[in-house]
Design a binder for this molecule. Structure first.
Ligand code: NAD
Length: 459
């Protein structure tokens, strides 16, 4: 488990141990022993699987590529978590992401455990045939541990429905005659995917942001005022008015957040900055996200990087360096690119009062502390970006049943589930001044403590 995650989990364990309404049947040394046991379980994965995938490149050269599947915990159900193709993939990173999945599924009451996979490659440097072979080999090497009731991977950074379809097809041929639709999620619609899955994470992120401010704070304003909580004061600065928005990352998650904000005419928010691996585009009047989306679709997911491309896209914007998005003078900053983007060396330059984690772990522990000190509202990854895994759960259900939901029904179910979680954690956040991330972890660890105790695992 990464340092930040383990520090928060340790704090949750302390809080829960002192709260006698959690596992009330336990007291004294026995209580301490049970919580120590819970800490040991959560801080280590159940199983770590590593393989070197042997691939023949198009050049004829044979290479062996490091690949991982980390199964963190399955107390709540089969392991579940994406497979990442990125050159920075390593065992520690995948283990940390697997632990986050255990906690995320527990928080949102999704009946899955936590897992994660990774292959240490830059997928942009491989041909389609080579990527196909990598996907096939991944399934062959890990075939014994994967399956609809064992461990169900999904896309993550560098992978998408194409890779999930290839992997599902390989699983199907390795396990003839067995059910296979529930073995991977994030598949194409044609091959048993769920309507709405692709946009689920981005739409879920925007829903959480909007629900917190417009529905929760607005609805409970007189009650919240009585708490004299600095986060309530911050929230009040951002309700009932159009906000300016900056978004880091214009991929699957970022572009959908941008489109949701752009289409939200009732709120009247303005997306003034978006960025990707190359540039930040800025326009204080607001960017035409629809045009940028169309451009990126026909330019390998990338934003315009020069005046000529801006003209082609029909967009007026200043072209700034890719980090500029983080320091834009905006009300809200969505982080939807990668890890550790706001850290102790740049946090002082971040001006947004609300920061939403669409990506996993984009804010380091030190930066998180600094943002808390200035009472910024940070909506954490574990809460905000769970739309993907929640709709993956619906895809898994549909695959098992071979009966498929309409897109409308998928979003109805998604928002209902996210709202249930928000209604559980937001009162904790606004009643006493503590970070929303900590409230979410407390809630997830509480759920895990109950189930692990009932399963007889905490001795
Ligand atoms: P993606 O690959 O589709 O998009 C990533 C975006 O980040 C791209 O626009 C890319 O250009 C940009 N980017 C890459 N390097 C950058 C850099 N150094 N600086 C600025 N921008 C950079 O990925 P995605 O699926 O949108 O995922 C984004 C994040 O959200 C990842 O952390 C992922 O783990 C997390 N996440 C994704 C999902 C999902 O369903 N896709 C679910 C949960 C969490």
């Amino acid at each position: 488990m990464g340092r930040q995650t383990s520090t928060i989990v340790e704090q949750s364990l302390r809080v829960l141990m002192e709260n006698n309404s959690i596992l009330p049947q336990l007291a004294g040394n026995r209580r301490e022993q049970v919580f120590q046991s819970l800490g040991a379980i959560l801080s280590t994965p159940n199983k770590t699987h590593k393989a070197f995938l042997r691939i023949t490149l198009d050049s004829g050269e044979v290479v062996r590529i490091p690949a991982y599947r980390i199964q963190h915990n399955d107390a709540l159900g089969p392991y579940k978590g994406g497979i990442r193709f990125h050159e920075s993939v390593n065992e520690d990173e995948v283990t940390n992401l697997a632990a986050l999945m255990t906690l995320k599924n527990a928080l949102h009451d999704v009946p899955f455990g936590g897992g994660k996979g990774g292959v240490c490659i830059n997928p942009r440097q491989y041909s389609e045939r080579e990527l196909y072979m990598i996907c096939k080999k991944y399934v062959q090497y890990f075939t014994g541990i994967l399956g609809p009731d064992k461990d169900i991977p999904a896309p993550d950074m560098g992978t998408g429905e194409r890779e999930m379809d290839w992997m599902t097809a390989e699983y199907k041929s390795v396990h003839p005659g067995q059910p296979y639709l529930g073995c991977f999620t994030g598949k194409s619609i044609a091959f048993g995917g769920s309507l709405g899955r692709k946009e689920a994470t981005g739409r879920g992120v925007y829903f959480v942001f909007k629900y917190l401010l417009n529905h929760y704070v607005n609805k409970h304003l007189s009650l919240l005022d009585a708490y004299h909580n600095p986060y309530v004061t911050t929230a009040k600065r951002y309700i009932n008015r159009p906000l300016t928005i900056a978004i880091q990352g214009f991929g699957n998650v970022g572009s959908v957040i941008a489109s949701e904000a752009f289409k939200d005419l009732e709120a009247g928010h303005k997306v003034v900055a978006v960025s990707d691996r190359n540039v930040t585009l800025y326009n204080e009047q607001g960017l035409p996200i629809d045009k940028l989306f169309v451009f990126s679709q026909s330019h390998q997911g990338e934003l315009p990087t020069n005046e000529q491309q801006l003209q082609t896209a029909g967009v007026q914007a200043e072209i700034l360096d890719r980090e500029a998005v983080l320091y834009a003078d905006v009300d809200t900053l969505f982080l939807a690119a990668l890890e550790e983007q706001i850290h102790q060396h740049n946090v002082a330059n971040v001006k947004a009062g609300i920061i939403v984690e669409g990506a996993n772990a984009p804010i380091t522990g030190e930066a998180d502390e600094a943002l808390a000190q200035r009472n910024a509202i940070v909506i954490p990854d574990i809460l905000a970006n769970a739309g993907g895994v929640i709709v993956s759960y619906f895809e898994w259900l549909q695959g098992k049943d071979t009966r498929f939901f309409s897109e409308e029904h998928v979003y109805e179910l998604l928002y209902e589930k996210m709202q249930t979680t928000l209604d559980q954690v937001l009162p904790l956040y606004f009643e006493q001044p503590q970070q929303l991330r900590q409230c979410c972890f407390n809630h997830a660890v509480m759920r895990l403590s109950n189930i692990l105790y009932r399963q007889g695992k905490l001795y």
